[in-house]
Design a protein around this ligand. Structure first.
Ligand code: CUA
Length: 220
């Protein structure tokens, strides 16, 4: 639907063109938020035009009544519903909320201004810089670490963002439904090289993945 309505929003870095379940759920949340804001905006604008063009509209409500009704009663149920939905949806994206032993563990190390990826389940595999190889159709648990300042790991078509914070370990789970190449960026300003801190995620056929890594051993 996104690509039909908003052709400019498709592409390598489009969160509205999801290619995996986590990104799908974020895109769904985006559309629900958009719908909620359209409902609220239409209600407010509708009331505004009613007061302009219907002479007796709203005269029975006092000014403080308008504030209570328009400022509290009208938006609070919609905002609370959106907040609860966003909270539950956000929690579901965390690896801790899903037990899945088939997840592949990868460490993403950020430094000014590059990403280096370590394949924890494939010992002996050399790390890769600015290219992350993953198998398609398998959950990928990314552990983000920073060696200097705060960076943020983001592959818009596969999942949400997670900050890479010096001295902390943060996690996010991604999954690609199909093989393909997906763009990734650093999503936190981290110095003059921030805009160049791109990387690519290549999702391979799951059977070929160990071969691609140059290591035919099964995950440990
Ligand atoms: Cu690293 Cu922005």
């Amino acid at each position: 639907m996104a690509t039909l309505l908003l052709p400019g929003c498709s592409g390598d870095l489009s969160a509205l063109d999801p290619a995996g379940p986590a990104a799908q759920s974020i895109a769904r949340l985006w559309w629900i938020m958009l719908f909620g804001s359209i409902v609220l905006f239409s209600l407010v604008i509708g009331l505004f035009f009613c007061t302009l063009y219907l002479p007796r509209f709203g005269r029975t409500l006092s000014p403080s009544g308008w504030i209570i009704f328009g400022g509290l009663v009208l938006p609070i149920p919609i905002l609370v519903a959106l907040l609860i939905y966003a909270f539950l949806e956000g929690n579901r994206l965390l690896p801790e909320y899903k037990s899945d032993d088939s997840a592949i563990r990868i460490e993403a190390r950020a430094r000014q201004w590059m990403w280096e990826f370590y394949y924890l389940d494939f010992p002996g595999t050399p790390s890769t810089v600015n290219i992350l190889h993953i198998p398609a159709q398998r959950p990928i648990d990314i552990t983000a670490i920073s060696e200097d300042v705060i960076h943020s790991f983001w592959v818009p078509r596969l999942g949400g963002k997670v900050d890479a914070i010096p001295g902390h370990v943060t996690k996010i789970r991604l999954k690609a439904d199909q093989s393909g190449s997906f763009g990734g960026v650093c999503a936190e300003f981290c110095g003059p090289g921030h805009t160049t801190m791109h990387f690519a995620v290549i999702a391979h056929d799951p059977n070929e993945y160990p071969v691609i890594l140059g290591n035919t051993a099964e995950p440990q």
